[in-house]
Structures are given as C-alpha cells and as structure tokens.
Ligand binder design. Sequence first.
Ligand code: SAM
Length: 187
Amino acid sequence: MAHKFSPQSIERLLSDERYSHIKPHQFLRDCGLERDMQVADVGCGPGFFTIPASNIVGRGGLVYAIDVQEEMIRMLKRRTRRKNIVPIVSQEHRIPLDARSVDFALLAYVLHEAEDKGRFLKEVKRIMKKGACLVVLDWKKKREKDGPPFHERLPLREARRLVAEGGFSMDRVTSFGTSHYIISAIK
Ligand code: SAM
C-alpha cells in the first residue's frame, strides 16, 4: 500500500520554510494557469496551491480541491470558504466529477503516493477537457533530509513513462530547484 502524507504533519505543508522555496502563485502562472479556467487540484492537501489557484482563476473560474483524506479537506475548509473553491473527498481511483470538466489538472507531490499510478492518471485524464493541461510536480529520486524517503519517490523517468503511456502528449519536462521535477503534458 502506497504511503499517504500524514494529516498529523499537515502544518509542514503550510510552513514558512516551504513558502520560501516554492512560490505557489508564481509557479502556477509559469505553468500556464489563467483567469477563468476550471482547475482540478488533485491531492490538494490543506490548499497550498488551491488558494493561489483560486486567486488566479478569479470569480469566472473554479478550483476543484480534491483529496482522498477527509482531514485534508476539513483543514482546507477551515482555511477558506471561497465560492470559487469546491472541496471534494475522492476515492483512490475515482474522482466524483463529470468527464471533461477541467482545463487544467495539477498533481503536486501526489503521483508518488498513488496506489496504482496508471489507473490514477487515467481517472485524472477522464475529468480533463481535450487540450487541457496536466502538470505533475514531484520529488526527484534522491536521498535528502527533507521530503519523502528515497523508497517512496518516483523517478522522473518512470513518471514520464506513465504520463506518455497514459496517452498525454508531452509538452515540457523541467527541473524545479534541486529536489523537484515538473512534467507538463496535454490531453
Ligand atoms: N498538493 C498538496 C501540496 O503540495 O501541498 C498536498 C501534497 S501531499 C504530499 C499529497 C496529498 O495527496 C495528500 O493530501 C494525500 O491525501 C493526497 N493523495 C494521495 N493519493 C491520492 C489520490 N489517489 N487521490 C487524491 N488525493 C490523493
């Protein structure tokens, strides 16, 4: 069974240190998130990327904040009640949204936690519109003090293969700092 980020450590996802390394608003803008888009933040946790995403898409857009752990969604609801954020508790391979609902899907530090990564990506693809953008941000396969242990990390090579085999067209693969990678792809 793949390890899930423990809700007991939830504050680590919102720490000042994390904000000093990752600027979520800038990150999302650089990835192409724009005003009025419909977004799925899959594996949203307590909303590190969700709230900045809602600022970018504005009142004409919508952010579906999706997580398998109820505690994460509960924490997100405590942090914000914005009308353009829709919190959703999902199942491992089932997101309760119609097909072709979103223009942009963000998987931030979640793919390495998915039980069956191929099945998970297939479900994410189902809720994306044709031409929608997929962004996978995750930890490089390295031994480091911070972040998940080595054995839980998903190598970039493997993540690329999963995205390509999922039927997405690869757009861009980049390094993000020294510890992370970004894969952008199109449905
Ligand atoms: N994306 C958030 C961030 O960067 O702050 C949270 C990252 S946390 C490391 C990973 C989150 O993904 C956890 O909240 C976990 O519950 C969620 N998760 C893991 N597997 C999932 C799945 N199959 N579907 C939806 N959420 C999942």
